[in-house]
Design a protein around this ligand. Sequence first.
Ligand code: GLN
Length: 303
Amino acid sequence: MEYQNILEEIHDALKNVPDKGTVPSYIPELEKISPDRLGLYLLTWNKEEYGTGDFDIPFSIQSISKVLSLAKALNFTGADLWKRVDVEPSGNPFNFLSLLELEKGIPRNPFINAGAIVVSDILLSHLEDPKRDFLNYIRELAEDDSITYNESVARSEKATGFRNAAAANLLKSFGNMNNKVDDVLDFYYYQCSLSMTCKQLARTFYMFTNSGKNATGKTFLTPSQAKRINAIMLTCGFYDEAGEFAFEVGLPGKSGVGGGIVAIHPEKYCMVTWSPGLNEKGNSLLGMKALEMFTTKTGLSIF
Ligand code: GLN
């Protein structure tokens, strides 16, 4: 298939649309990014790579990092992790809190903020130097040592992250946090601040198209763990818009408020889009459109 032409067609169709969504203001550093950025990148299972637009410009991966922290935490805990975090879609926004109260401190799934904060706590308990070791894990997955955190984004979110602090304190009060609240939040903000390009993200997420092995063939997850994380991406990757994403796009995936989306077709491809304007649910408006156009034009969805 002419993937490069298809990506360019989609890019051309979307780059001048007037409604690009809204760049989030609750993390002040993210508000500085131009809503006109648009990058698309496709890495096929047989390792062909195609890109168009701003696919080589780093952006804040934000909640996309929750998939990677979960993958790393599973290396340490195995299935015990699911005693502390559930796997049900929430139908609620990423920063929603009351479910946490109702369910005695077991967050609905690892991709809402409360669940990801528990996963960060697990990593803090197991990594010797959490920030360094987590970054090295990402660099190894992507085979790219240039990937870094964006400290000003991490600091910016820390200064305004009152709701995440509330979630973390609730988790602590229910006994579902072993480390200090401040240390867990600090690590969580750093992981969210990872700065990566569409191309780097596609390489990092290749393991989810390839039963847990990255592009060099090294194993990072068991096939069963990779399958399960894909299932959680399908059901929980877009918060209260997971149904819409499955309906329109038909792939497991994960979004972040930095405007990135990663979508996976097991044993076919990994596609990454970046457009910073979000819809009212906090997912990239044009990224979702681009993926809908891609699976429609190619017929390559999981359904
Ligand atoms: N760091 C962001 C937060 O905690 C991540 C949210 C997101 O990308 N959906 O609010």
